[in-house]
Ligand binder design. Structure first.
Ligand SMILES: [Zn+2]
Length: 365
């Protein structure tokens, strides 16, 4: 094991309470289908990332991608089991969604069928380990995520409920108490009116869909029953039961053609187009979110990228900005990344393998 810097090793780090939600490392055979195969990271690699985090003194910026959620059963985009690799799937673009009623009908019908799966996923050991690191101020606030599944929030809630603060466990200069998550591309859990800006919870819209489309409701219930059977009884069942990272699923054309969706009830106009509060491809990140993310990348002392190929520029530029200031960059993920050329550490491993070990080194060890 490499020794930590003088500054880091002098910091008080007594043993911390382990959240009750954390489980032992999961054997590959019990991982969800969506998780790509990967060789475990070496101990010296874990030690190097842990040292980088300690030396950042709580100012290690974390940027997460779809690889964070595969162990919760949600496929990523580009790994061998990712949405792009398994089929020729293309995500909705902002321009297409806003252009025609037919595209919105298609989007909402498929999203309606996928929502029961997406909205019931549980945070994984990777999410819980990261939330634990954040609770101890071992990473910077906010954690930046490109994911729209809100699993970081769920993990934070779980860890917070089992967390008892021990004085002295917060790394000096780090965030104290609860963590905070910045959703770079929004979340599927909220719906926004493109006319008046009113926001509602997605569950309300799901209920409206069910009322407007009683036949689709029955189809969806049967589909969910079969999906659960596939997932429970077949080791490769996930391949047939696939839901994309944005909650999209395949549907036959006839199921989409007749699907009804409402307009905004707040402004009551036909132009009140309801859209999930996510940044579709082809759209810009909200200026407030973009500003907060830029500020984090301008003040961090290190960057840790988790489960992201950094294919979207909104995330890549945060890494580049920190790197231009001479800050170290560590990548953890199974595939290539657009930051491979500037990273000082690159671990080709699952985040579910690496994060629990990092937590043990940085917080407990
Ligand atoms: Zn409205």
């Amino acid at each position: 094991m490499k020794s930590a810097s003088k500054t880091a090793s002098s910091l008080p780090r007594p043993p911390a309470p382990m959240p009750a939600t954390l489980a032992p490392l999961t054997p590959r055979s019990t991982l969800p289908w969506a998780v790509p195969d990967a060789v475990p990271a070496r101990d010296d690699e874990i030690n190097s990332v842990a040292q980088m985090m300690r030396e950042a003194r709580g100012k290690c910026l974390v940027i997460c991608g779809a690889g964070m959620s595969t162990e919760s059963g949600i496929p990523d985009y580009r790994s061998p089991r990712g949405a792009y690799s398994v089929s020729g799937w293309k995500p909705m673009t902002h321009q297409d969604f806003m252009k025609t009623d037919a595209m919105r009908t298609r989007y909402w019908a498929r999203s309606y069928a996928g929502w029961p799966f997406i909205s019931t996923r549980a945070p994984s050991l990777a999410h819980a380990s990261l939330a634990h690191l954040a609770m101890h101020g071992a990473v910077m606030r906010p954690i930046i995520t490109q994911n729209v599944d809100r699993l970081h929030h769920a993990a934070r809630a779980q860890v917070t409920s089992s967390f008892q603060h021990v004085p002295g466990t917060t790394i000096e200069g780090g965030a104290k108490g609860d963590g905070h998550v910045l959703e770079l591309h929004g979340a599927l859990h909220e719906v926004i009116c493109m006319s008046c800006g009113n926001r509602t919870h997605r569950d309300h819209l799901q209920q409206e869909f069910s009322s407007l489309n009683p036949a689709a409701f029955e189809v969806m219930k049967e589909r969910e029953r079969r999906r659960e059977l596939l997932l429970a009884n077949s080791p490769d069942g996930g391949a047939a039961a696939v839901v994309r990272p944005d909650g999209d699923v395949d549907l036959p054309p006839e199921a989409m053609r007749t699907f009804q969706y409402p307009s905004c009830q707040s402004c009551g106009t036909e132009t009140g187009i309801l859209k999930p509060a996510v940044t579709f491809f082809g759209d810009n990140v909200h200026p407030d979110v973009s500003r907060a993310a830029a500020e984090a990348s301008e003040t961090c002392e290190a960057v840790l990228v988790l489960g992201s190929s950094l294919s979207t520029f909104s995330a890549l530029r945060l890494v580049r900005k920190a790197n231009e200031r001479g800050k170290p960059v560590a990548l953890v993920g199974v595939g290539d990344s657009r930051a491979d050329g500037i990273a000082s550490l690159s671990l080709r491993a699952r985040v579910g393998d690496v994060l629990p070990r990092l937590r043990d080194k940085v917080v407990v060890g």
